[in-house]
Design a protein around this ligand. Structure first.
Ligand code: NI
Ligand code: MN
Length: 229
């Protein structure tokens, strides 16, 4: 699996046959100004919650990719279904098997409403269990003991994608504890540096993980990693 970071929490999980986009938000992110949202091709979009920094470019991408399926918690699925998009509703605790592998919708501790103020259901995370790797996308969340259920209920993770920017989500210290809870020592950091409230010291964050023998990967917007490297 190839994973491309488009800045903030926007990621493309590229399997050999299918492309999965997480939390489309580029045009509002100054750090992603060199990236073109219109160049994104995908088969699925998984928004973790309805805040504008997670769905800001969802409709643009969905319109550019007519066969796309939006997979989201019931309320977000209902919202985009009513706008004519193809959606697959889920809710927390459930698995569904797609044509690329199966996905579990898991707990996130945060809030969720659409930019127009309408109810966005609850925020979520996802575990992607695919033949090309198992990846946990935490979404915007605080550290929560519920993360300990992931290694009990899911196959062992190859990568945990965790927010580290603090203020709105976990900081790097809590993300380190989260990596213990989910039993994954390889972490891709997200939700940092995009705007003032979430600026971090990247070197200190990296060192904090390294001191505990864990790997914190921080990619530049547009940069990719290969899961099996
Ligand atoms: Ni949020
Ligand atoms: Mn956010």
């Amino acid at each position: 699996m190839k994973i491309t970071y488009f800045g903030h929490s926007c990621l493309l999980l590229e399997l050999s046959e299918k492309k999965i986009l997480i939390d489309p938000f580029l045009s509002g992110n100054p750090l992603a100004k060199d990236l073109d949202v219109n160049s994104i091709a995908c088969d699925y979009i998984f928004p973790t919650h309805a805040h504008s920094d997670h769905i800001g470019d969802l409709e643009v991408v969905a319109r550019n990719n007519p066969g796309v399926t939006i997979v989201a918690i019931w309320e977000i699925s209902d919202y985009f279904s009513k706008k004519g998009f193809q959606c697959h509703p889920m809710n927390k605790g459930g698995w569904w098997t797609f044509d690329f592998g199966r996905v579990k919708m898991v707990q996130a501790v945060h809030s969720s409403s659409f930019p127009d103020g309408s109810y966005g259901g609850e925020p979520v995370g996802f575990v992607f269990d695919t033949p090309e790797g198992v990846v946990y996308v935490a979404g915007d969340t605080a550290l929560t003991y519920d993360m300990q259920l992931i290694p009990i209920t899911c196959p062992s993770l190859d990568l945990a994608i965790l927010p580290i920017g603090s203020n709105f989500t976990m900081d790097v210290h809590d993300a380190l504890i989260a990596s213990d809870f989910v039993q994954c020592n390889r972490v891709l950091g997200c939700h940092y540096d995009s705007f003032g409230f979430i600026k971090i010291d990247q070197q200190a964050a990296w060192t904090h993980f390294a001191e505990k023998g864990k790997e914190l990967i921080l990619l530049q917007p547009g940069e990719s990693l290969n899961l099996k490297d």
